[in-house]
Design a protein around this ligand. Structure first.
Ligand code: BV8
Length: 233
């Protein structure tokens, strides 16, 4: 293990699986019989807003029934104790990283507990159901939508992510299938800038071949062990 200073961590649905939230491409990965790709698009929102809003209402409501697991807790410990730079980039829209206490975090695909105004881009915390045509408090337009990055939309804070990838000396990917871009390409960017790369996943992902090291197993076991290793340096 080299002497790391700056770490970037990418997390996906696999880190929340042991909390009871279904992943997208695993068993039970369908939502009400819908593939995410079919309801997570601007076209689906325009065509059937009630379906898309309900899809996200159900997932937002499910948050109350789940809690962070040992993997989220371990990353929160790393965030609290790591003296160098650290950025946790999550593809997940659940709030489990925050509830575990992680601060150095960004949601590149949005958040279930936030609503976005399609008219004025205002964001507002939204813990409950969000019916279509809910008025925006900032501009009054009946245009609040789930604050979710749909397929075909630009993920959030990409410049900040790219700067962090260029500056990091360790990139760790946890619980993601490597099926969705640009997140699936982050390992290649990190390698290009000379970072070491580690994958912690239940099974080999689409991008396993790009990682310097791959450890297979549940995040609830692998992540606390890895955090102990890094903090013991
Ligand atoms: C963009 C929203 C460009 C919230 C998500 C054709 C047409 C249009 C676009 C494209 C196209 N071809 C390619 C694209 C690009 C597209 C894409 O990549 N498509 C794929 C399907 C081919 N990407 C986009 O559209 C992105 N935007 O490219 O914009 C652009 C440029 C300029 C201007 C404007 C636009 C936007 C992508 C974001 C889509 N939104 N989520 C939500 O509903 O959740 S994606 C969604 O799926 C998640 O956020 C996440 O990113 C992805 C799911 O992936 P994972 O998290 O990895 O989950 P998965 O189930 O797949 O895997 C779980 C893994 O965990 C598995 O490996 C499993 O083994 C492991 N695991 C399970 N249990 C455990 C475990 N590991 C450890 N422990 C366990 N216990």
């Amino acid at each position: 293990m080299a002497d790391y200073r700056n770490i970037v961590i990418l997390t996906g649905a696999g880190i929340s699986a042991e909390s009871g939230l279904a992943t997208f491409r695993g068993p039970g990965g369908l939502w009400e019989g819908h593939r995410v790709e079919d309801v997570c698009t601007p076209e689906a929102l325009a065509h059937d807003p009630a379906l898309v809003h309900r899809f996200y209402d159900l997932r937002r409501a499910a948050l109350a029934a789940v809690a962070p697991n040992a993997a989220h807790a371990a990353l929160a410990r790393l965030d609290a104790e790591w003296p160098g730079e650290l950025l946790i980039v999550t593809q997940n829209v659940d709030d489990l990283h925050e509830r575990a206490g992680t601060g150095r975090l960004l949601h590149m695909h949005g958040e279930l507990t936030s609503a976005l105004c399609a008219a004025c881009d205002a964001r507002v915390s939204w813990p409950g159901d969000l019916p279509p045509k809910t008025p925006c408090a900032a501009c009054g337009a009946p245009a609040l939508r789930p604050d979710i990055v749909f397929f075909g939309e630009m993920p959030y804070q990409m410049e900040r992510i790219e700067r962090a990838l260029a500056a990091c000396d360790l990139f760790v990917s946890i619980g993601t299938s490597g099926a969705v871009y640009p997140a699936a390409g982050f390992v290649q960017t990190a390698r290009h800038y000379g970072a070491e790369t580690l994958e912690l996943n239940l099974e080999p992902s689409g991008g396993s071949g790009w990682f310097g090291e791959s450890r297979l197993g549940p995040a609830g076991v692998l992540v606390p062990a890895w955090v102990d290793e890094v903090l013991a340096r």
